[in-house]
Design a protein around this ligand. Sequence first.
Ligand code: SF4
Length: 271
Amino acid sequence: MSTLVQLSRKAKPLPHTGSGCNRTIWSRKGDAQIKLRSANGKLADRSKGELVHQTATGVQTCPQSCPFLGNGCYGENGRVGLQINDRLEHGTSARSAAIGEAACIDEAPATTRDGRPIHMRLHVRGDTLAQWVPIVAGAVSRYVERSGFERNGARLVWGYTHVLDVDRATWGPDISILASVQRAREIQQARDRGFAAAIVVNDVPSARGFHDESTGEFILPCPVQSGRATSCISCGLCLRDNFLFDNGITIAFSAHGATRKVRDALKGNTK
Ligand code: SF4
């Protein structure tokens, strides 16, 4: 068969499980997935019918430097872990999972039937190692392009990364992505790489925000966790990393998931 005929052949759709709102598209190797139109109680604004696609990959995509890796990460344990652990650990490489995640994003519908762009939360589990970021960021840009979404400060796609050796610019302008840090002194290091930061903390002294005692950094507890917002879509802070960066705001998450292990990891007791 000639190369031209091969190229013109339509790619086979990726395998999926479920149907309708519960449909999940899997990468061919089973090392990445996108759950379509998830009604996840924290991310989606169900009252307005704003559902959210969410991607996940195996832990081979996570940096070894993450203190929560194998150590209480909610993606390995809580609801997320229970749902997807079995199928995502296929022993493939971080590059394969990044390619798989990009393919899943390329397969996802970018708008609702009535033409509204659909938000996407990248990596409810997993991450993207520095050298493979352009693969996933490229798929995000194609997704935003397909959706017709106009950047108005907030982004259509958002996520967090624990990867330390990547600059914000590598992720490009079509995603809002925050650097996850464990210690307040790491906030400035994230900022030096161009990122706004999110920090996991054991205690939140004030739901309205507080200044870290040692660094003076302004830290704002996640409004859903503190009961001041009902969903990420209605809150929107993490969808505006430029705003957080420009205003020196760091989002704080209370330790959740396997709490004792996470609290130990935060104290530096385990790694
Ligand atoms: S700060 Fe807002 S957008 Fe970020 S995780 Fe919390 S509710 Fe979601």
